[in-house]
Design a protein around this ligand. Structure first.
Ligand code: SF4
Length: 280
C-alpha cells in the first residue's frame, strides 16, 4: 500500500494548471508547426504563423496561451493499492485548481450555478472523472477546456442501421456547424458506442491522446484518417478564414454498445488543445 499525501496532490495540480495554460503540449506544437508547411492558403499560413507567434509571446512573457483558461477537466487513474492521506482526493484536486488559478493569475471562468451564474472566483469546482486501476500509482491528466469549442460539441443517438456512414455524417455535421466558432485548427475527439454519457466521456478523453498514439483497431484508424482528410476539405481553415487546415487530428475512442443503439459524441477542441499528465 502506497501512501500519497493530499499536500503533494495540491502542489502537483497547482503546477499542472499553470503549466498547461502557459505552454501547448509538444505534440500539439509540432502539429501546428507542420501545418504551416502543408496549408495551401496564404491567409491560412499567416494565421498559423500568428498562432505560433502567440505561443512564443506567452512563453516569453509568462502569460496564458489563451484568455479563456477553461474549466479544469481531470481524468484520474487511481491505483487500488494507494491510500490518500490528509483529506479527500477530490478536495485536494479542487484545492490545487484554486491555488494554481489564483497564483498563476489565470482567468476564473466558472459560475457556481448554471442559472444564477455567480462566478466562484477560483475556477472551482473542477470536473473530475475517476478510474480505479491496478497498482500503486496516481495518474492525473488535466485538460483545461475552453467553451468556444465546448459549445460546438454534439451527441447523436444514431440507429444501428445508420452504420459507419451515419457516424461519418455526424462527425462532419458537428465540424461544419462549429465552423469558425471552435477557433480552428481544431482537434476533433469522437466517442462511438457505449451509452449517451459514455460516448461523451470517450470523446472528451480522446482529446488528451498524444497524436503519435494511433488506434489498434484498423477500422478506427482508417476512419480517423478519412475524417481528417474530409474535414480539411471543408475549407473552414485556420481562424475560420478559409484554408486546408481545419483540423490537426481526429481522435476516436470506441466501446461496446446496446443492440438497439449507436451513440456518437463529438467533442471539439480548439488550437489550444491543452492537456498535461503527472504521475505520483
Ligand atoms: S475556444 Fe480555445 S482558442 Fe478559442 S477562446 Fe476558447 S480556449 Fe481560446
Amino acid at each position: 500500500m502506497k501512501v500519497i499525501e493530499t499536500k503533494d496532490i495540491i502542489e502537483t495540480v497547482s503546477e499542472m494548471c499553470i503549466r498547461a495554460n502557459h505552454y501547448l503540449s509538444d505534440d500539439m506544437k509540432l502539429a501546428l508547426n507542420n501545418s504551416v508547411n502543408s496549408e495551401k492558403s496564404e491567409l491560412g499560413k499567416k494565421i498559423l504563423n500568428q498562432l505560433q507567434e502567440n505561443l512564443d509571446i506567452a512563453d516569453k512573457e509568462q502569460i496564458p496561451i489563451c484568455q479563456d483558461t477553461g474549466m479544469a477537466v481531470f481524468f484520474v487513474e487511481l491505483g487500488q493499492e494507494v491510500h490518500i492521506e490528509g483529506g479527500l482526493l477530490s478536495d485536494a484536486i479542487n484545492e490545487g485548481v484554486r491555488k494554481g488559478y489564483t497564483e498563476g493569475y489565470l482567468r476564473k471562468s466558472v459560475v457556481g450555478d448554471p442559472i444564477e451564474r455567480v462566478n466562484t472566483k477560483d475556477n472551482t469546482p473542477a470536473i473530475i472523472h475517476y478510474d480505479i486501476v491496478a497498482g500503486d500509482g496516481l495518474k492525473i491528466t488535466l485538460a483545461p477546456k475552453g467553451f468556444g469549442s465546448e459549445n460546438m460539441s454534439r451527441v447523436f443517438m444514431l440507429k444501428p442501421a445508420d452504420g459507419i456512414e451515419g457516424v461519418k455524417e455526424a462527425i462532419l455535421t458537428a465540424v461544419k456547424d462549429a465552423g469558425p466558432n471552435a477557433c480552428p485548427p481544431m482537434v476533433v475527439g469522437v466517442g462511438i458506442g457505449g451509452t449517451f454519457e459514455k460516448s461523451a466521456l470517450m470523446a472528451k478523453q480522446a482529446l488528451t491522446r498524444e497524436f503519435s498514439a494511433r488506434p489498434t483497431i484498423s477500422w478506427v484508424k482508417d476512419l480517423e484518417d478519412e475524417m481528417l482528410e474530409k474535414i480539411n476539405k471543408l475549407g473552414i481553415g485556420p481562424g475560420g478564414l478559409g484554408g486546408t487546415t481545419t483540423a490537426l487530428a481526429v481522435n476516436i475512442n470506441t466501446f461496446a454498445t446496446h443492440i438497439a443503439g449507436l451513440p456518437v459524441a463529438i467533442n471539439i477542441c480548439c488550437h489550444v488543445n491543452r492537456h498535461i499528465t503527472r504521475t505520483l
